[in-house]
Design a protein around this ligand. Structure first.
Ligand code: KG4
Ligand code: ZN
Length: 336
């Protein structure tokens, strides 16, 4: 008998629903992005995001079922992002998922958003354990070790801003608009090493820090302005990106040496970055026994298929929950 999962994701500014058959077959993956609205404000406005989720969620669910050509009665379980994320946004998805589960008497499984990003890799590769995941998104910068399915240990995290947040803030300084990641990625391609930035220091071996780097970019721009020197945006994008990514690469290398995983995976929106993908391919050349998986672009940024992939594994582990759970904006991946 096949297994059909309906998954929902609404933790930030994407309203999404997917239908997944037998863990890795995507029957539909509908994502309604609010980027065009939040662009007008230069970033995600939480109150606006939750209102748009309310408007879109039913449509997105209907569309996903229609595209998959499946009746809701034939779904085996519902997966829903419980956290972390924006409380109002999460709440809309959780309420919708609980309503369907109650109405059609289906089991429900709350999912951690980052588990989704990590399991997105299972659409393109078999995950092998122990596994090291470099999770890089608008809200997260983490190195996560997994000895087996659903055993998450966060070995390193950011002490301040997430890397995606740093990309977005530096893009704003350069007047590049929101989201800033793809814009800096493109601009940096024509940049040169004309400027210098200090490499952020952290006191824990696998931790990250990006807020000082963002301030250093601001100071560099101010200094150039004050001295009436030319500000070459591409060169600023280049040096910011090289400095930020070197931190990711160095910590990942340290973790590969110390934890000796069998598999290294990238996860999250910043995994779409072309330079990071290049640097990881280079790094893995020194580790012929370790498999590297970089998710295809379509499953780097937020979507519901990845939540469906994580739900499929949780379903096999019978991680069902009663309907009395609620959204958890600061959910911890190490807790069940
Ligand atoms: O995973 P995601 O869609 O949402 C969160 O869970 O946060 O990640 C969004 C983040 C944004 O900060 C965006 O600027 C960044 O991913 N991003 C990129 C690229 N594409 C998206 N950052 C750097 N280079 C990219 N090509
Ligand atoms: Zn995400």
């Amino acid at each position: 008998m096949s297994k059909y999962i309906l998954a929902l994701e609404s933790s930030c500014d994407e309203t999404a629903c997917a239908i997944i058959k037998d863990n890795t077959e995507i029957l539909s993956n509908v994502v309604s992005s609010q980027i065009n609205v939040h662009k007008l404000y230069g970033g995600v406005v939480p109150e606006v995001a939750s209102r748009i989720h309310i408007e879109n969620i039913s449509l997105v669910i209907e569309e996903a079922l229609k595209e998959a050509n499946i009746d809701i009665k034939d779904i085996d379980a519902i997966g829903i992002t419980q956290g972390p994320g924006l409380i109002g946004s999460l709440h809309v998805g959780v309420q919708a998922a609980k309503t369907i589960a109650w109405l059609y008497n289906k089991p429900i499984i709350p999912i951690h958003h980052i588990a989704g990003h990590i399991y997105a890799n299972s659409f393109v590769d078999t995950l092998e354990f122990p596994l090291l995941a470099l999770v890089v998104s608008g809200g997260h910068t983490e190195l996560v070790m997994m000895e087996e399915d659903y055993e998450f240990e966060v070995i390193g995290t950011t002490q301040d801003d997430a890397i995606g947040e740093a990309y977005d803030k530096v893009a704003r300084l350069l007047g590049l608009g929101y989201p800033g990641g793809p814009a800096i990625d493109n601009l940096a391609k024509s940049g040169k090493a004309n400027y210098k930035l200090p490499i952020p220091k952290v006191d824990k071996p696998y931790d990250f820090s990006f807020s000082g780097l963002k301030s250093a970019v601001m100071q560099l721009i101010n200094r150039l302005k004050k001295n009436n020197e030319e500000i070459i945006d591409a060169d600023i994008a280049y040096i910011f990106q090289e400095t930020a990514l070197s931190l990711l690469v160095n910590n990942t290398k340290k973790a590969l040496n110390d934890f000796k995983p069998k598999h290294l995976v990238l996860a999250g929106g910043v995994a779409a970055n072309s330079r990071l993908r290049e640097l990881m391919q280079e790094l893995i050349k020194d580790y012929p026994d370790i498999k590297l998986t970089i998710p295809p672009l379509w499953c780097c940024t937020d979507n519901a298929a990845m939540i469906g992939a994580a739900t499929s594994i949780a379903y096999d582990k019978k991680m069902f929950k009663d309907l009395d759970f609620s959204a958890r904006p600061s959910m911890d991946i190490e807790m069940r």
